[in-house]
Design a protein around this ligand. Structure first.
Ligand SMILES: Nc1ncnc2c1ncn2[C@@H]1O[C@H](COP(=O)(O)OP(=O)(O)OP(=O)(O)O)[C@@H](O)[C@H]1O
Length: 458
């Protein structure tokens, strides 16, 4: 446990070792010399391979580590175990990387290139295209954007965005295109695959020649031509008709296509971004989506967090939408009961639903500095979540009665009760996930998944 070790603590450095050896002194001085560089990684030096709990405890006791965990590097003086499972568990705390001490020159070289990379990513995330459009302050959201920016800046990989409807997948495709640093980059073309008509042989994608089918009065460019040199966003890719999937795969592999009704091959090259709210693996198993296409479109897969996973972002999103619906001088804020209502409400339609609700509030708003509870449209007032804290105050059957009367179903209730139990166990065990799991009699992964899903920082 960390109490057994001397912890040398600097603004960008912590040493977890029993002696103050040459390596830790070198790193301490080196990191101190970088203290004015905000993007320089935060270094944890360890004389031994720590247990995950030990690292978690260190992170929670250390008040100077950066809020963006993606820049924490663990340097091991010597690896006592070469246990992959242990390393993966250490990474699950959210730190960025684990390396072994080799020599001063190599370590400096590693940290300098990490520094350059983090700086580029953070600068990209501060650009107006991202900062003013993709709103959110929660750790889960910031880390998600960090991963997307890293993929976009340092690779040309195809990106698959998997997330519920209204989570912002289209906005993210715009961010990917905006951050793409290809010279002479052309446009972003967006195609909603639910609107593709198979009978027209994918003319939206391939384009067509005049007279190639009834109503084809003029020849037309398709998305593959328009996206050439730019990016192609295929929204709802799971809905792409199966007969067009093989053709899309061919275009992606060969970089060539023919317009409907033409015999000439045309070349095209674009960055591919796809989005879906379906489980493509299930569609593959059901034979509705080609396995080879699934692998081709998902060089990098990202789960887009739902609003439920980042409820902490509700206030910033509300303020952002209010600023869109009002002039700057007249922009009101939500008063306390309204914000409480917005925080407790359910959003199956995610950020889109929140945006629409703020718009409805704005429409009812009279000139006043605050939006008040009477401005919540009556049809929205029943949409509150059940306050699970009430479970303790009331007996369990009163809680269930209330929940059922307010429209909760058995599945929601079951989830809420399980989540509350995990929440309470974590509180009782002061955020020690292992002990919370033991108290609940469940596998520790159940507790970890909950913490991850809720974006709870332990
Ligand atoms: N992080 C965010 N910050 C600001 N606005 C957002 C954010 N996420 C989503 N929105 C807004 O929510 C609405 C829905 O976003 P978008 O269309 O990108 O979602 P989607 O996941 O592509 O939805 P669908 O799957 O239904 O196509 C848009 O009006 C968008 O501006």
């Amino acid at each position: 446990m960390i109490e057994n070790f001397h912890i040398f603590h600097q603004r960008r450095f912590v040493s977890l070792s029993d002696t103050r050896n040459d390596q830790s002194i070198f790193l301490e001085n080196y990191c101190e010399s970088k203290k004015n560089f905000p993007f320089f990684p935060f270094v944890i030096f360890c004389d031994h391979t720590p247990e995950r709990q030990e690292l978690e405890s260190l992170l929670s006791n250390c008040d100077t580590y950066p809020t963006n965990l993606k820049s924490i590097i663990l340097i091991l003086n010597k690896r006592l175990t070469s246990d992959l499972a242990n390393h993966l568990q250490l990474l699950s705390t959210g730190i960025d990387d684990i390396i072994e001490w080799t020599n001063e020159k190599e370590i400096v070289c590693y940290l300098e290139s990490k520094f350059k990379r983090i700086k580029l990513i953070d600068e990209a995330l501060k650009s107006p295209e991202v900062k003013n459009c993709l709103i959110g302050d929660s750790m889960i959201w910031k880390n998600f954007l960090h991963e997307i920016a890293e993929t976009t800046i340092f690779s040309n990989a195809s990106v698959l965005l998997i997330g519920e409807s209204g989570t912002g997948k289209e906005l993210i495709s715009k961010m990917i295109h905006a951050l793409d640093n290809r010279p002479d980059k052309k446009k972003l073309i967006i195609v909603d695959c639910t609107t593709i008509v198979p009978e027209l042989s994918g003319s939206e994608l391939f384009g067509h020649e005049r007279g190639s089918y009834t109503n084809a009065i003029q020849s037309r460019e398709g998305a593959f031509a328009l996206a050439n040199g730019g990016s192609l966003f295929l929204d709802e890719i799971g809905e792409l008709p199966i007969m067009l999937q093989a053709e899309l795969l061919r275009v992606l592999q060969e970089g060539t296509y023919k317009r409907v009704g033409s015999n000439n091959w045309q070349k095209t090259s674009f960055r591919l971004i796809c989005a879906t709210n379906r489980d493509l693996k299930v569609l593959v198993e059901e034979g509705k989506f080609r396995k080879d296409l699934f692998f081709r479109i998902s060089d990098c897969q990202f789960h887009v967090p739902s609003l439920e996973e980042r409820r902490d972002d509700i206030p910033v999103l509300v303020n952002h939408f209010l600023s869109q619906f009002f002039d700057k001088e007249k922009c009101p804020d939500a008063d306390k009961p309204v914000m409480e209502y917005l925080l407790k409400r359910k959003y199956p339609g995610n950020v889109r639903e929140l945006k629409q609700l703020v718009q409805r509030l704005s429409l009812k708003h009279i000139e006043h500095k605050k939006i008040t509870i009477g401005e919540v449209p009556p049809e929205d007032r029943g949409a509150l979540c059940i306050d699970t804290n009430q479970v303790e105050k009331n007996s369990i059957n009163v809680f269930i009665r209330k929940a059922l009367l307010s429209g909760e179903n058995w599945w929601n209730l079951k989830n809420k009760i399980s989540e509350t139990a995990i929440q309470v166990a974590l509180e009782l065990e002061i955020n020690n996930k292992q002990k919370a799991a033991e108290r609940l009699g469940v596998d520790v992964r159940t507790v970890q998944q909950y913490v991850k899903k809720k974006g709870i920082s332990t």
